[in-house]
Design a binder for this molecule. Structure first.
Ligand code: CTP
Ligand code: MG
Length: 382
């Protein structure tokens, strides 16, 4: 059987009036990134999703560009329902669609898996959580309790057979609002299945929701630490590159690339945090294209791999082991250079040096060693 084609629609055309702030909430910063970036990456990275389309409000194109770079998008309408309709009409040639609120940033792959598994059987599937609190009717005073048995809080993404949800939207009376796509599909006569939602999917609606979401994000992150170590031999007539800068010295280090022992150690430490092997695996010395290469490229690559796993680089510490040259005078420049390559702040980089008291190969001045530790944070679900 042909694999079904699946698209995701991210709704980001609202004005976020209840959340306040200087920009609509979907573009506000959360967990160090624009809020919309979290769910966009989760959907784009899911192996079963072929296409992601963002719906933004009129005049929000620039904010979207700033948040995500150039991504496929259409302009939404005055209500959420109209925004969904515009998005659905812009899709074509697909079998299934996930409709997701940008305002629900933390979307685990497991939720998408649960939805898609049921979508093989039902034309509509929603994630929902059973209500745990006592529910009452209230005006200003408390009224009667509403029995909470069988009550659910419905979240997004909501997954549908594309034809069913498109028809439901086209046939919906224009003068009637609807905040939930599953309701439209159900009213059109299709069964909608419930799967277990996720407390991480809570919607950011009011100003205080940002702090709560920030706390959920932090709690879901796990710290990973890994080390790297590298050695290169001194050779006359070579330039000495350390931490991405050229250091004046009587000799340099020899190696296949520019032999930047500091960047190589950090590259291995970063690769270690994601269990992605070592620098030799990614840039084999046997490959002539890395001859004389600037090692900044190796480190940039390792950092990109960490970020692709939604990792945040928190800290890098490196110790240079040699008798000469003296590292102290170059420490600040090396820190700044490493920070620039990793796109982090200089105070997230530490550079130390030691001699080995004239002992061993470093003590005899035959070569230089560096050891590094990298600390990153990454979602536990990765
Ligand atoms: N949305 C949309 N088009 C609209 C209104 C809302 O795409 N015309 C999107 C929002 O961007 C959000 C989701 O639908 O991701 C859920 O809506 P809501 O939480 O109500 O967001 P806003 O409408 O932006 O906020 P508010 O109602 O407080 O103004
Ligand atoms: Mg709204």
């Amino acid at each position: 059987m042909r694999q079904p084609k699946t698209a995701a629609l991210i709704l980001a055309a609202g004005r976020g009036l209840r959340a306040g702030g200087s920009v609509p909430k979907q573009f506000a910063m959360l967990g160090g990134r624009p809020l919309i970036a979290h769910s966009f990456d989760a959907l784009a990275a899911h192996p079963a999703i072929d296409d992601v389309l963002v719906v933004v409000g009129q005049g929000q194109e620039e904010a979207l560009m700033e948040a995500l770079g150039p991504v496929r998008h259409v302009v939404g309408g005055a209500t959420r329902r109209e925004s969904v309709r515009n998005g659905l009409e812009a899709l074509a040639g697909i079998d299934r669609v996930l409709i997701h609120d940008a305002a629900r940033p933390f979307l685990a792959a497991a939720v998408i898996d649960r939805l898609l598994a049921q979508l093989d059987v039902y034309p509509g599937v929603v994630p929902a959580l059973a209500v745990a609190d006592t529910i009452v009717r209230a005006d200003e005073q408390m009224g009667d309790t509403v029995p909470r048995d069988g009550l659910y809080r419905v979240q997004t993404p909501q997954a549908f057979a594309y034809d069913a949800v498109l028809a439901a939207h086209r046939n919906w009376p224009q003068d009637q609002d609807a905040t939930d796509d599953a309701q439209l599909v159900r009213k059109a006569g299709h069964p909608v299945m419930i799967v277990t939602g996720d407390s991480m999917l809570e919607k950011v609606t009011h100003p205080s929701d940002f702090a709560a979401a920030e706390a959920r994000f932090a709690a879901a992150m796990r710290v990973r630490t890994a080390t790297g170590y590298d050695v290169h031999r001194f050779a006359a007539g070579e330039e000495l590159w350390l931490g991405g800068i050229s250091i004046p010295h009587s000799q340099g280090l020899s190696g296949h690339s520019d032999a930047d022992v500091v960047l190589h150690a950090i590259t291995d430490a970063l690769l270690g945090t994601i269990g992605a092997g070592d620098i030799g695996m990614h840039f084999p010395p046997s490959d002539s294209k890395w001859r004389g290469a600037a090692s900044a490229r190796f480190l940039e690559h390792a950092a990109a791999l960490v970020r692709a796993r939604r990792g945040i680089i928190d800290f890098v510490d490196v110790t240079v082991i040699c008798e000469a040259p003296k590292i102290g005078p170059h420490r600040d420049a090396i820190r700044a250079s490493i920070a620039t390559i990793l796109e982090i702040a200089t105070d997230q980089v530490s550079v130390k040096a030691t001699t080995t008291e004239r002992l061993g190969f470093t003590g005899r001045g035959e070569g230089m060693a560096a050891q590094a530790t990298a600390t990153v944070r990454m979602p536990a679900s990765n």
